[in-house]
Write a protein that binds this ligand. Structure first.
Ligand code: TMP
Length: 205
């Protein structure tokens, strides 16, 4: 049987990594074979592109940024995601195409039509089985990233950029309510876990 594809999304500092590890543990406990991967990245070429995309010394056109995100994604689908799903392995990806609509579409104000065309080119009709969007306020996202490490090219953006990113995520969630579950990640860890569990219940059945 084909594996399931779960993606996690959120603005920087939403706490994806913590919840992703727990979700992996939860699914493994249920007896699933699970791999964790991320975007941009997940393959040697994708990780090299990630290095360029996150490097704050790089200056690039917003369309170049979008093209590199989708180039990494093409490779990721071909080398990691699709082969794993067809082996029956579940794939949890830390970000996928919704991030391009939120960051390049919302944040950088790139044409949604161009992003739709890239999406269609790179993945056709393929979509995650479920997407967990961890929603936090801009202030708490900012607080978590400033605690962690030195800011990358995206984390260096102003609050206004993240406000547009968050709005774009919420717009996408409204557009695809069946696939994208909005989880209030300002709640306690236990409450977020309960919401995550509830959100994946339909695909676990
Ligand atoms: P991460 O640090 O959460 O792994 O994500 C890397 C950064 O890349 C994050 O700031 C969001 C950004 N990003 C995009 O702008 N577009 C995309 O399509 C993806 C996958 C990530």
């Amino acid at each position: 049987m084909r594996g399931k594809f779960i993606t996690l999304e959120g603005i920087d500092g939403a706490g994806k990594t913590t919840h992703l590890r727990w979700l992996e543990y939860f699914l493994k406990e249920r007896g699933e074979t699970v791999i964790i991967t991320r975007e941009p990245g997940g393959t040697p070429l994708g990780e090299a592109l990630r290095g360029i995309l996150l490097d704050d010394r790089q200056v690039m056109h917003a369309e170049t940024e979008a093209l590199l995100m989708f180039a990494a994604r093409r490779e990721h689908l071909d080398k990691v995601i699709l082969p794993a799903l067809s082996r029956g392995t579940w794939v949890i990806s830390d970000r996928f195409t919704d991030a391009s609509f939120a960051y390049q579409g919302g944040g950088r104000r790139l044409s949604l039509q161009k992003l739709n065309e890239l999406e269609c080119w790179v993945q056709g009709e393929f979509q995650p089985d479920v997407t967990l969007y961890l929603d936090v306020s801009i202030a708490s996202g900012r607080q978590r990233t400033s605690n962690i490490k030195q800011a990358d090219r995206f984390e260096k953006e102003q609050d206004e950029f993240f406000r547009r990113v968050r709005e774009a995520y919420l717009e996408r969630a409204k557009k695809f309510p069946e696939r994208i579950r909005v989880i209030d990640a300002n709640q306690s860890l236990e409450d977020v876990r309960r919401s995550v569990e509830k959100s994946i219940a339909t695909i676990c059945a």
